[in-house]
Design a protein around this ligand. Structure first.
Ligand code: GUN
Length: 284
């Protein structure tokens, strides 16, 4: 079975569009997401375009704030502060990576935790690991949603996550653990990685190396979630999984593009609605 992230994402966005109209009616305003981009990195520009398009599709307020590559850290922090203090702004996202002269840690920490729709703020990360109410990071949240929508059982299963990044590997492992999977976090230095992965009922690949996961990594019938975004020499977008080789072995698989990617953006929309509701209900 191919898990069609694009289609699942579309139906979730269609439902949110209706929900947002109802929220506008009830609260007299729409959820508002502000996206900041620094510089001209073409990949970042393309991701941000997708985020703004989804924002418009779902009927949110908000827009893109474009800052030049040489903007000072102080100016960026001042811009974030302005949005933190704007009562009509629910979500703030600063597209990463940032130019070398700006500290990403400082920028992430500067975004108000209650408007941190990426779920990257240290307070949200800590809350996730402490099982407290928090904003979940979008890609891990999207992966769980994909597994649920595809009818893949998580509880009692063995999951292997390849990759230990703060944005994907570690949080997705935590979410799978919370759903009662038994989770192994593996990585590029794991000894006999293929044998470790072959134990998995659910295999999540988030390493950033094209075609790394071959058929010998996959237990027949396993669900394979490909988080990789790699460019081949001829510019084609491919995941971490050798899709053609793994497709006949896997029980379910996410394609790249059209798998996890669209879900990340859709969960960003979900998080914006959640931030809106948290803020509105705090007022009440
Ligand atoms: N760059 C790549 N992925 C992301 C993401 O999910 N959020 C932000 N802010 N930047 C990114």
């Amino acid at each position: 079975m191919i898990i069609d992230g694009k289609q699942i994402s579309q139906s979730l966005k269609d439902a949110m569009k209706i929900e947002v109209d109802a929220l506008a009616e009830q609260y007299g305003r729409r959820p508002c997401l502000m996206v900041i981009i620094v510089g001209n990195n073409p990949a970042s520009r393309s991701y941000v375009r997708g985020k703004i398009k989804a924002t418009e599709y779902c009927g949110f307020d908000g827009h893109l704030v474009e800052l030049p590559e040489d903007v000072s850290e102080a100016t960026l922090l001042a811009e974030i502060d302005k949005l933190n203090n704007d009562p009509l702004v629910d979500g703030i996202l600063v597209q990463l990576p940032l130019p070398k002269h700006i500290s990403e840690d400082k920028v992430i920490a500067a975004i108000s935790a209650e408007k941190d729709v990426d779920g990257f703020h240290p307070e949200n990360v800590a809350r996730l690991w402490l099982n407290q109410h928090c904003i979940l990071p979008c890609t891990p949240k999207g992966i769980i949603e994909l597994l649920d929508q595809a009818g893949v059982e998580i509880a009692g299963k063995k999951a292997v996550v390849i990759g230990r990044s703060n944005i994907v590997g570690k949080p997705v492992a935590k979410l799978l653990l919370d759903r009662n999977a038994t989770v192994t976090i593996a990585h590029s230095r794991t000894k006999d990685l293929a044998a470790v992965c072959r134990e998995a009922d659910i295999l999540v690949a988030a390493v950033g190396r094209a075609k790394m996961v071959t058929a010998e990594y996959v237990k027949p019938g396993a669900a394979v979630i490909d988080v990789g975004i790699n460019r081949t020499e001829d510019g084609k977008l491919v995941g971490d999984v050798d899709y053609e080789a793994v497709l006949p072995v896997a029980g379910a698989i996410t394609p790249v593009p059209g798998g996890v990617g669209p879900m990340t953006i859709t969960m960003l929309m979900r998080n914006t609605i959640e931030c809106f509701l948290n803020r509105e209900n705090k007022k009440a």
